[in-house]
Design a protein around this ligand. Structure first.
Ligand code: ATR
Length: 278
């Protein structure tokens, strides 16, 4: 009987219980995935100690606790150390070990949708945004050794900070959003990682796509709305697109694998999740 869950705030609308209960079914494992909301008024330390007593097999960590959980862990994997942010914790015989699944989850979703992109490394990739998600995605893609991964962000220092994670085989240039807009036609893959395009925030895309090459893959990690304006525009211009909810699923698949050792196929869940989100 797997005891799994999520900490964060607010989490009442999280899709994780649906996803993980589906993964448990697919893996033919008994278990449950529960929400453990910790509000800003709560004593975080006290809540974490209570959680420890529940002896969960594993749990996810979401905003605003991805950094705050670190002092309570016994160990972290190399990626989480590099990110200094943890979104998945596994209980290894009472020891809590932290992982960060953002990058690997994204790369799995990309590989599944567009395996041809990985056939050679001479690719040019543009990441729009320099927040936590961009950091994980950049790091995971440099591990493959892609030729060029550029970053465009409103705040340049944050992009420069991410570029320090770079590997020798990957070149990185930092751009403003305006500069990036003028060069979008040069990229094989563009990854939109900012909150722009989210239902409650803004529907206008971060960049205008009048210069998009139809060979380009346009990816957005925002999944509400399902097909953001930038993806709609890209599709209209003939480009291939990658919807944000796929990252969510593959991240969950990787977390589930860390907890149970099993890696259920999530491809058919893409359609099921679409129905849940619509
Ligand atoms: P996450 O962890 O989900 O990636 P985050 O760390 O809050 O979220 O990062 C949000 C990203 O969206 C950042 O790149 C942010 O740009 P800044 O680094 O300049 O703050 C970007 N972003 C959010 N609102 C924006 C806006 N109105 N215009 C441009 N960029 C914006």
């Amino acid at each position: 009987m797997y005891k799994l869950g999520l900490i964060g705030y607010p989490i009442q609308h999280s899709l994780s219980p649906w996803i993980h209960e589906r993964l448990l079914q697919k893996a033919e494992l008994q278990g449950e995935y529960r929400l453990f909301e910790i509000t800003p008024e709560d004593d975080f330390k006290e809540k974490v100690l209570e959680l420890k007593e529940k002896q969960l097999d594993g749990f996810n960590v979401t905003v605003p606790y991805k950094e705050k959980i670190i002092p309570y862990l016994n160990d972290m994997d190399d990626i989480a150390k590099e990110m200094q942010a943890v979104n998945t914790v596994v209980n290894e015989k009472g020891r809590w070990v932290g992982y960060n699944t953002d990058g690997i989850g994204y790369v799995r979703s990309l590989e599944n949708a567009y395996p041809d992109l990985f056939e050679h490394l001479n690719r040019k990739i543009m990441i729009l945004g320099a927040g936590g998600a961009a950091r994980g995605i950049y790091y995971a893609l440099t591990k493959f050794g892609f030729a060029q991964i550029d970053i465009a962000n409103r705040t340049q220092e944050k992009a420069e900070d991410i570029a320090k994670l770079g590997k020798d085989n990957t070149k990185t240039k930092i751009f403003t959003i305006e500069e990036a807009s003028r060069h979008l036609d040069e990229y094989d893959l563009i990854i939109q990682t900012t909150s722009i395009g989210m239902k409650s925030v803004d529907l206008k895309p971060i960049v205008q796509l009048n210069r998009l090459n139809p060979e380009t893959i346009m990816s957005d990690i925002v999944y509400q709305p399902l097909k953001t304006q930038i993806l709609q525009d890209a599709e209209r211009l003939g480009a291939r697109i990658l919807l944000g909810h796929t990252m969510l699923l593959y991240q969950a698949q990787y977390a589930f694998e860390i907890w149970t050792g099993m890696c259920p196929d999530v491809q058919e869940m893409e359609y099921e999740l679409l129905a849940v989100l619509e």
